[in-house]
Ligand binder design. Structure first.
Ligand SMILES: *Cc1c(COP(=O)(O)O)cnc(C)c1O
Length: 359
């Protein structure tokens, strides 16, 4: 078994979460987003499981798509940022990758390419996030040029991306939808990321594009009823590898940032920032030791962390520790580390073994 730190991946939860998405958006096709190594979960394994459940997959770039194709994933894959160089269109045509067109340069590459087969194109429109996409004003002309190009497949999907769908109190989503609805284009449309799918039924259109929620986590700022049935896919675990008693006034860890206010029992756990646990996590961040809540005590090291287990019984070498996942919401840990759950899972390093559990 060796060093006990690992990310357990519950594929039953993954399939369940796709079911939640399907139920919420029953009339939409589902594109499962697996960019950035499937948000740190491991792209090949996740895409392999998802391709039977989803209508298509999405990644950021062609390198990520190639990894999936080489591993035998044959579902359609959309490149969310499109091509970065003209020659990528050849590979896309050979490997049946769908391309985003979001600027004049990408459109010209497509128009002037000599391709073995037409490409499925997704036209990205900027409806107010001001990060990617052609402006709503220019979108109809782009759409017509795609329609006229022999390199674009007949059906062109028009899509946009939300800036604030995670906040049900924000006006921005309604504003973006109004701009999106007013576009004079025909054919299928897509707008919803996880938050759009969960909280904005008017945003489902023909395709939904969930990522984060499929991994069982809520993207919403506020509690939302539709997130309650999601099940976490990743549970990050390790074990206690050392135990000691410290007296009042003694400090623990680098910099001595945690000082015992009472005689305390400190458990050292074999996981640190080298394993994807955030160094930013503050003293008091919750962890589960043998299923009981305990509090982080002292700075996170590269390979270890220290936990105050004074109030817990039966803690011994080998006791299981859960850092997030089943029983301990990722979002709660992320808040204690001044970040969001998206970042914590996505930056999970290769060092941490991913162990797939099917039931
Ligand atoms: C990443 C991404 C998504 C998925 O977003 P989640 O919040 O993870 O659901 C959807 N659409 C686009 C364009 C994206 O870049």
């Amino acid at each position: 078994m060796g060093r006990p730190s690992r990310a357990r991946l519950d594929f039953r939860a993954l399939r369940h979460n796709v079911g939640v998405a399907r139920q919420l958006a029953p009339r939409s096709r589902l594109m499962a987003v697996v960019k950035a190594n499937a948000y740190g979960h491991g792209a090949v394994a996740i895409a392999g499981a998802l391709q039977a459940e989803a209508d298509a997959l999405a990644v950021a770039c062609i390198e990520e798509a190639l990894e999936l194709r080489y591993a035998g994933i044959d579902a359609p894959i959309l490149l969310l940022e499109g091509c970065f160089e003209a020659h990528e269109l050849q590979t896309a045509a050979q490997l049946d990758l769908w391309v985003t067109i979001e600027n004049e340069r990408q459109l010209q590459w497509l128009e002037t390419a000599s391709l073995p087969a037409p490409l499925t194109c997704w036209l990205k429109v900027d409806t107010g996030m001001n990060r990617m996409g052609v402006s709503a004003l220019r979108a109809p002309a782009f759409f017509q040029r795609l329609k006229a190009s022999h390199n674009a497949a007949r059906e062109i999907v028009t899509y946009t991306h939300f800036a604030s769908a995670d906040d049900v109190a924000s006006q921005q989503t309604a504003q973006q939808l109004a701009i999106f609805d007013a576009l004079s284009v025909t054919g299928p449309r897509s707008a919803a990321n996880s938050a759009g799918l969960l909280a904005w039924p008017g945003a489902h259109y023909d395709w939904v594009r969930p990522g984060y929620m499929l991994y069982g986590n809520s993207p919403m700022m506020q509690d939302h009823p539709n997130t309650q049935t999601l099940l976490p896919v990743m549970t990050l675990t390790s074990a206690v590898i050392s135990l000691r008693d410290v007296a009042v006034g003694e400090s623990v860890g680098y910099g001595g940032t945690w000082v015992a206010q009472r005689a305390s029992r400190i458990a050292t756990v074999a996981i640190g920032y080298g394993d994807g646990y955030p160094r930013e996590a503050a003293n008091g961040t919750p962890v589960l030791v043998n299923g009981q809540r305990a509090a982080l005590a002292g700075r996170i090291s590269m390979d270890m962390m220290t936990v105050d287990v004074t109030a817990l019984d039966a803690v011994e070498l080998g006791s299981e520790v859960v850092l997030w996942g089943a029983g301990l919401p990722l979002a709660e840990v992320a808040r204690c580390a001044n970040t969001i759950g998206y970042e914590l899972v996505t930056r999970m390093p290769a060092r941490t073994p991913r162990i797939v559990v099917h039931d």
